[in-house]
Write a protein that binds this ligand. Structure first.
Ligand code: NAD
Ligand code: DAU
Length: 360
């Protein structure tokens, strides 16, 4: 039975990936999820799978060498899928150090432990062992408003502390592949949306605020562009790259779904108005009057857009979920998981929100 070591599986994409993998492979794989449970890690995201015999959760920090090497020593790991990271750009602008620690040092520890576990005495690595590093399109920097795409060959030009730390972690993976022929891949994906996303990110924040009639903060002129991908399509891409991609290669993942932020906010408001029942009291709260332009993010990248040509040609992956369907599925999920939202927005979140958005 193939054993996966997933890091950061209690976060947004990691938990969607674990659900996807169990739906696809059932009892024929085993998943070990290592997560430190930071503010972004929520065991509730995996409530549905925690009783499975082929699922194990280990609370550990990826920077903790001893803990991570023990996981490798005690289990014959075949695949590593490395999601664990500090992931929010705004937090990285306020407090960069934790991003360097988790994203750079944590990735170095993961690479070192996997290398030590998999390398053979006479050189080389055990057969069919693979490490996939989950990265971001933000490492490529910012595109002009009127054209261009990120290709795998686009030079790295990160701007935020978050993207600089992810670029550094990508470089470490590349160094391991070049120096040791370490069996790895890197995926650089565009913005994800879908169930279980923490409401510090644009889409769940807007849904949550709109449903409470709170202001909808739009940074700058609202015309920055992101390329949105439904999270399940990302999970599928990761699995396909690991099984069908060429080792040592980078694959960009994205859906040719560029939208300005203001367009996203308007679509959410319109979709909420359509989906809320006539007699739902929240319906009257959701209006475009809530849109509030606020101070721009420092160093705000103008536009991201992925060219997914390589992953399509070599791996056969294509995004399957149209944005108009994905956003309805997402909103429906948040309708059905009001308690999840209540739990994650109590306590620390309020403090973060009030400071970030200058709420008195
Ligand atoms: P997230 O913030 O929702 O989840 C991160 C998870 O990592 C959490 O469960 C957290 O507890 C865990 N974690 C953090 N520090 C840890 C540590 N030191 N040790 C162990 N676990 C730790 O993030 P996400 O949005 O799910 O992103 C997952 C990965 O995908 C990240 O590497 C991110 O850079 C990348 N990515 C995200 C997007 C996106 O749109 N969200 C797009 C492309 C790539
Ligand atoms: O591109 C991939 C990246 O997408 C991932 O690597 C990151 O982990 C992920 O957080 C995401 O980064 P962004 O900064 O693009 O996502 P965020 O949801 O924070 O913001 C999306 C856009 O919306 C961005 O242009 C900033 C803007 N924004 C965001 C928030 C939270 C607002 O206008 N208002 C807001 O309140």
């Amino acid at each position: 039975m193939r054993t996966y070591l997933v890091t950061g599986g209690c976060g947004f994409i990691g938990s969607n990936y674990i659900h996807y993998m169990f739906r696809k492979y059932g009892d024929s794989i085993r998943i070990i999820n290592v997560d430190a449970l930071t503010y972004a890690g929520n065991p509730e995201n995996l409530k549905d799978v925690e009783k499975r015999e082929n699922y194990t959760f280990i609370k550990a920090d990826i920077c903790d060498k001893e803990a991570i090497s023990a996981v490798f020593a005690q289990n014959d790991i075949d695949r590593v899928v490395h999601f664990a990271a500090e992931s929010h750009v705004d937090r990285s602008i306020k407090d960069p150090e934790i991003f360097v620690r988790t994203n750079v040092l944590g990735t170095a520890v993961m690479l070192n432990c996997a290398k030590a576990a998999w390398e053979l005495e006479g050189g080389g690595f055990q057969e069919d062992k693979k490490f996939l590093h989950v990265s971001t399109d933000e490492v490529y920097g910012s595109l002009e408003e009127d054209g261009g795409y990120f290709y795998e060959t686009t030079p790295y030009a990160p701007h935020s502390p978050y993207s600089a730390s992810k670029a550094s972690s990508d470089m470490l993976v590349k160094a391991y592949m070049d120096t040791y022929k370490f069996p790895a891949n890197i995926t650089n994906c565009s913005n994800n949306y879908g169930p279980y996303q923490f409401p510090e990110k644009l889409i769940p924040l807007i849904i949550n605020n709109a449903l409470q009639g709170k202001k909808l903060p739009v940074y700058g002129d609202g015309r920055n562009v992101r390329d949105w991908l439904y999270v399940e399509d990302h999970a599928k891409a990761i699995d396909m790259v690991q099984e069908k991609g060429r080792l040592f290669e980078t694959y960009n993942v994205g859906g040719h779904n560029e939208k300005q932020n203001i367009e996203i906010v308007n679509t959410i408001i319109e979709t909420l108005q359509e989906m809320l029942a006539e007699d739902d009291p929240r319906r009257a709260l959701v209006t475009k009057e809530l849109i509030t332009y606020v101070e721009d993010r420092k160093g705000h990248d103008r536009r991201y857009a992925i060219a997914p040509d390589k992953i399509r040609a070599e791996v056969g992956w294509e995004p399957e979920t149209m944005f108009r369907d994905g956003i309805r599925l997402t909103i429906q999920w948040y309708f059905e998981h009001g308690d999840w939202m209540k739990n994650v927005t109590s306590g620390e979140y309020q403090k973060y929100y009030n400071e970030m958005y200058h709420v008195k």
